[in-house]
Design a protein around this ligand. Structure first.
Ligand SMILES: *Cc1c(COP(=O)(O)O)cnc(C)c1O
Length: 354
């Protein structure tokens, strides 16, 4: 029984909510009053606690720090027009979290702990969900290895936590993207499909180099040939070619299986687009662009939902787009926003009531 999850709750003596300027919410900077924390030890999950947001005290020999068994998720909660909180597709993130855990040789988290723990934490801090369009509460579940001996092996102890962070409209201006020809993010057989902490540290240099050259992000290519498109920064990528929409398939295990990606595919099909998942070769994109058939390029992810791409730089070749005339990307963005904020019927069963 989900509702029976036994959580020890210690409430804050004084809320910080009045210290926050809700008109100015840089992504990931402010956290709500409480956090959820639970340890895995002696082969079982201990009693979860919800307590005031605070620092942790950890051993400097912590295995997560030395060997990187550390995974996370990103989810958003919204309020509907009556002010009731809803979480967008938390079960999909729950499943992906445990896929990441298994790949990193970590223990998995029971559904009850992940979902009901999240629900209870959000219920307690529900006043932190802004009731303004495009505002939301970003949910960050994460888990890391807590063995305190220095030896390379899978940890026997873990800590699972959930933090909440109020976030404002994440307007992403149309981006200039560099098609990455040197660095790679993930190779077949690796951990690209996992939301594992090290994947992000490993990708920062490519982004920094691209930014120095005036680009916003890189388009990752496959690690072997540098020919097959993977994803953009931390977003999945879609191309509208003629009347068809294509996005890289997940078969290689080198791409993160985005919940927004899946939502966009569903919404596009409902809107009458033919959507194809398959290998996307950069030469085919160039050919389509030259024929005037490459109409839209956009990224999908929880943070921005949809980010339009106004320029793709592939070696010496520049592909420019006039995003004002686009149809597919703005439609997906509008429809997903309307579902999340309760203006459109949730026919997919995506909104989980807190
Ligand atoms: C999180 C993430 C995405 C997007 O996934 P969503 O579930 O849509 O937020 C895409 N690519 C990478 C590398 C990611 O980490």
């Amino acid at each position: 029984m989900i509702a029976a999850l036994d959580i020890q709750v210690t409430k804050t003596a004084k809320s910080k909510i009045n210290e926050i300027d809700f008109n100015n919410l840089p992504f990931g900077k402010y956290f709500t009053d409480h956090m959820l924390e639970v340890d895995y030890a002696n082969g079982e999950w201990q009693k979860p606690v919800i307590r005031p947001f605070q620092n942790l005290s950890l051993s400097p020999a912590l295995s997560a720090i030395h060997y990187g068994q550390s995974i996370f998720e990103g989810i958003k909660a919204y309020k509907d027009r009556d002010g009731h909180p809803f979480i967008f597709r938390p079960y999909d993130n729950f499943r992906r979290f445990n896929i990441s855990a298994e790949r990193m040789m970590m223990t998995t988290v029971p559904e009850e702990l992940f979902i009901e723990g999240m629900r209870r934490l959000i219920d307690l801090d529900r006043d932190w969900i802004p009731m303004k369009s495009d505002y939301s509460l970003y949910i960050r579940p994460f888990m890391f290895a807590t063995d305190d001996t220095i030896g390379v092996h899978a940890s026997e102890k873990y800590k699972f936590m959930i933090l909440l962070s109020p976030t404002g409209p994440y307007y992403s201006a149309p981006m200039r993207i560099y098609v990455e020809d040197k660095f790679t993010r993930a190779a077949r057989g690796g951990v690209g499909f996992a939301k594992a902490a090290g994947n992000y540290g490993g990708s920062m240099m490519a982004t920094a180099v691209a930014k120095k050259r005036g680009f916003d992000q890189v388009l990752w290519m496959d690690a072997y040939e540098h020919k097959y498109v993977q994803e953009i920064g931390t977003m999945n990528v879609f191309f509208v070619i003629g009347n068809k929409v294509i996005t890289p398939d997940l078969e290689s295990g080198t791409i993160l299986e985005g919940v927004t990606r899946d939502s966009a595919i569903e919404v596009l099909r409902q809107e009458g687009y033919e959507v194809e998942e398959g290998p996307v070769h950069i030469d085919d994109l160039v050919r389509a662009f030259e024929a005037g058939e490459l109409k839209e390029v956009f990224g999908t992810g929880t943070a921005a939902t949809i980010s339009m791409i106004k320029e793709l730089q592939y070696e010496d070749y520049t592909m420019k787009f006039n995003t004002d005339t686009w149809k597919a990307a703005p439609a997906v963005r509008r429809i997903l926003m309307d579902i999340r904020e309760g203006r459109r019927a949730d026919t997919h069963g995506w909104m989980f009531k807190v």
